[in-house]
Design a protein around this ligand. Structure first.
Ligand SMILES: [Zn+2]
Ligand SMILES: [Zn+2]
Length: 297
C-alpha cells in the first residue's frame, strides 16, 4: 500500500496556460480522492492516469468559482466514461451553505444533453448528484471514511466567502492536510497538527503591498508566504507543498521568491513550489521517492 498526493491544479482565477484550476488528488492503493475541481481538472486527472469513473469521492472546500468550474465536467465525464453503465455513485462531500446549494443544482443545465445521450446510447443509468453535506465544524471533524482512510474537515478563515473548509486525509501510511483557500490562522494549525505533508495555498503579499489600496482586497483572505513559513515551522511539518500560487511563478527566479519567503518565516523543512501534476509519497510506506533511491544506492 502507498499513499500519494498529486496537485491537479496549481492555478487560481487568473488563466495560466500551464496551471489548471485548484485541485489535489490523494491516492491510497486503489482509492482515489479529489479535492476541489477547478478548470481542466479532468484533463489533469487524465495526465495522472486516473480513470474518472474510478474516482472514490470529490471533496469541495468552498464556493468560489475557481474551485468549482470543473466539477460538472468531473460528474458528467464520470458517467460518459463508465463503460460498465453502473449507477453513478460518485459522492460529493461539501460543506453546507452556498457550495452545497451549487452542487445540488449542478446538473440542471445539462438535463437535455443527458436525455439525448441516454436515449441515443441506450444507457440504463443517468448521472446523479450523490451529495454528502456537513455543517462546518468548530473543530476538525471526520466527514468521510473508507476502510482505513479517514477524511477530516476543519473550518478555515476565507471570509467574506462563507462556509470554507480545509481537509485532512489520514491513511495507514501517513497524513496530508489541504488548506483550501484561507488566511494563515489557528484553524489551519489545528487541522494540520502532526501531518506529513501540508498542501498550502500561497500568496506573496509583498507583491501586493506595492499595488494601489483598492486592489489589495485580495490579501484579506489568502495566505501570506511569510506567515506560512512561520506557521509551518511552529507545526514542525516535514514537507510543505505550495499551490494556488499568486502571483504564478513562471521562472526559476520567481519560484525562488516563494521559497525565500518561506525560509524567512523560519521553516527549514522541505518546501515545494508545485507545478501541475507534482506528486509526492506520503509517509514512509509504499513507493520509494528519489531520496530513498539515493540512499539505497
Ligand atoms: Zn481560490
Ligand atoms: Zn477562494
Amino acid at each position: 500500500m502507498s499513499t500519494s498526493v498529486t496537485i491537479t491544479g496549481t492555478g487560481c482565477p487568473i488563466p495560466d496556460a500551464d496551471r489548471a484550476g485548484p485541485g489535489v488528488l490523494v491516492r491510497y492503493d486503489d482509492l482515489t480522492l479529489q479535492f476541489d475541481a477547478g478548470r481542466s481538472t479532468v484533463q489533469r486527472l487524465a495526465g495522472a492516469n486516473v480513470w474518472v469513473p474510478d474516482l472514490g469521492a470529490v471533496f469541495i472546500t468552498h464556493h468560489h468559482s475557481d474551485h468549482l468550474t470543473g466539477l460538472a465536467d468531473v460528474v458528467l465525464t464520470h458517467w460518459v466514461m463508465d463503460r460498465a453503465d453502473r449507477p453513478t455513485q460518485l459522492p460529493i462531500v461539501v460543506p453546507e451553505g452556498p457550495a452545497s446549494a451549487f452542487v445540488s443544482t449542478l446538473l440542471d443545465g445539462w438535463i437535455d444533453d443527458i436525455d439525448v445521450r441516454q436515449s441515443h446510447s441506450g444507457r440504463q443509468t443517468r448521472p446523479e448528484i450523490n451529495m454528502n453535506s456537513f455543517a462546518v465544524p468548530d473543530a476538525p471533524t471526520e466527514v468521510w471514511r473508507s476502510g482505513d482512510v479517514v477524511v477530516t474537515a476543519g473550518q478555515v478563515r476565507h471570509e467574506p466567502c462563507p462556509s470554507s473548509v480545509g481537509y485532512r486525509v489520514d491513511t495507514p501510511d501517513g497524513s496530508v492536510a489541504i488548506t483550501g483557500d484561507t488566511r494563515v490562522c489557528d484553524e489551519v494549525a489545528a487541522l494540520a497538527d502532526g501531518v506529513d505533508v501540508l498542501v498550502y495555498e500561497a500568496m506573496r503579499f509583498a507583491v501586493f503591498d506595492e499595488l494601489p489600496e483598492k486592489r489589495r482586497f485580495i490579501t484579506d483572505y489568502h495566505a501570506d508566504t511569510l506567515l506560512i513559513g512561520r506557521q509551518a515551522a511552529e507545526l514542525g511539518v516535514p514537507k510543505l507543498v505550495l499551490t494556488h500560487l499568486i502571483p504564478a511563478p513562471s521562472t526559476p527566479a520567481e519560484r525562488e521568491l516563494f521559497v525565500g519567503d518561506i525560509r524567512s518565516g523560519g521553516f527549514e523543512g522541505e518546501v515545494v513550489v508545485a507545478d501541475d501534476l507534482y506528486t509526492c509519497v506520503v509517509g514512509d510506506g509504499g513507493l520509494p521517492d528519489e531520496a530513498s533511491v539515493d540512499l539505497a544506492d
